[in-house]
Design a protein around this ligand. Structure first.
Ligand code: PLP
Length: 380
């Protein structure tokens, strides 16, 4: 589809598959059916056409399609209450936005403002989005696609799992450390618990804020409500998007009362964030995750996937739950293409030898078995 017949700017290298509908974990192109273990970058949390999602969307659309933040909405209050209840107890204040980058941009802005500092620390190979501050803390962005003449922050990067550099760099000038507990784009690389705890302690000692970017790893995907829960660490702020409304564009910035108490009217804002459709779907996603025991299921099936490796071209596994990176003996692009030829869609990553699995949270055992059976037929 890329080429001269399109009016779209040619910035995405398309896969040779053009879906026209989806059902459960399956994408269809005419008669062809493909098992989607990619979930549209971890977005299709409940697969396609989930009845609860469809019902919530239709009911809310009929009731009130949009209302801005100049009015209070019950559905917005409910979504915030449900999301705060899903997160660690101290993260009980919510600001809704539209994308992962926007949530991170606001978290970074608040960190600089509240600490009066302008230096932020990020982790090598992390990805945080494409707006000015989010991109400034994204590894490699400045060299590849950043584009702005300067960054709004001073940024230092810590090598992954290097606690001594973390201790050296985090000091009284640090506004915040931002990290993905499981680095998604990097190939579902899960940071060591000791490293994340060392960072949290150093932040605490120096009055720097810890921002957990759970845009990709959150909403039950890692086998806990949020990946940071598995690390025994309490972040000052947490951002979430992708799976949050199962495909309806939205994001949220969660924070504790001590951060929220510093905010005044007008300090944060957005037109579409916290709209009623997104909020109805956030409520529904959390309802379904809890009602159907999806976190336990992700934990169990993620464990089954992990236990089956090495298999076929896969030599090792990283990540947690349903945010898995499968390290391959051959280039990931080659393995991805061969899987797609066999009607299974997986993701690539920034690591040329790692394919990513980010399937719907309600994937079933039979789908996992199907994937493993196909993998076992492939050349090592
Ligand atoms: C961890 C992480 N943070 C932030 C973003 C940016 O999110 P968005 O594309 O919604 O702006 C992404 C997107 O891939 C991500 O994976």
């Amino acid at each position: 589809m890329n080429g001269s017949n399109t009016h779209l700017v040619d910035v995405y290298p398309y896969l040779p598959f053009t879906p026209d509908r989806g059902e459960g974990p399956w994408l269809f192109s005419g008669e062809r059916r493909v098992l989607d273990l990619y979930g549209g970058h971890a977005v299709a949390a409940l697969g396609y056409g989930h009845p609860d999602v469809m019902r919530a969307l239709e009911e809310q659309a009929r009731k009130l399609f949009f209302a801005s933040n100049v009015v209070a909405l019950d559905v917005r209050e409910r979504a915030a209450r449900r999301l705060a209840g899903f997160a660690q107890p101290h993260l009980d204040r919510v600001f809704f936005a539209n994308s992962g980058a926007e949530a991170n941009e606001n978290a970074l802005r608040l960190a600089c403002r509240l600490t009066g500092r302008r230096r932020v620390i990020a982790i090598e190979h992390g990805f945080h989005g494409r707006t000015a501050a989010a991109a400034a803390v994204t590894w490699g962005a400045l060299d590849k696609w950043y584009g702005f003449p300067r960054t709004p922050l001073e940024v230092d990067f810590i090598p992954r799992n290097d606690s001594s550099v973390a201790i050296e760099l985090i000091d009284g000038e640090t506004a915040a450390v931002i990290l993905e507990p499981v680095q998604g784009q990097a190939g579902a690389f899960d940071l060591d618990a000791d490293f994340v705890r060392t960072i949290a302690e150093a932040c605490g000692r120096h009055g720097a804020l810890l921002i957990a970017d759970e845009v990709q790893s959150g909403m039950g995907r890692c086998g806990a409500p949020f990946a940071i829960d598995l690390y025994g660490v309490k972040p000052d702020m947490l951002t979430v998007a992708k799976s949050l409304a199962a495909g309806f564009p939205t994001s949220a910035l969660l924070m504790g009362a001590e951060v929220a108490r510093e905010l005044r009217h007008g300090d944060l804002g957005t037109t579409f964030g916290g709209g009623p459709l997104a909020c109805a779907l956030i409520e529904t996603v959390i309802d379904v995750i809890e009602r159907d025991g999806l976190i336990d299921s992700v934990y169990a099936l993620g464990g089954a996937l992990r236990a089956a490796m090495p298999l076929g071209p896969v030599t090792g596994v990283q990540g947690r739950g349903f945010l898995l990176g499968l390290r391959c003996s051959r280039p990931a692009r080659q393995v991805l293409s061969e899987l797609l030829e066999r009607d299974i869609l997986v993701g690539a990553s920034a690591d040329p030898n790692v394919i990513r699995l980010l399937p719907p949270l309600n994937l079933e055992r039979q789908h996992v078995d199907h994937f493993l059976a196909v993998l076992s037929t492939m050349q090592a």
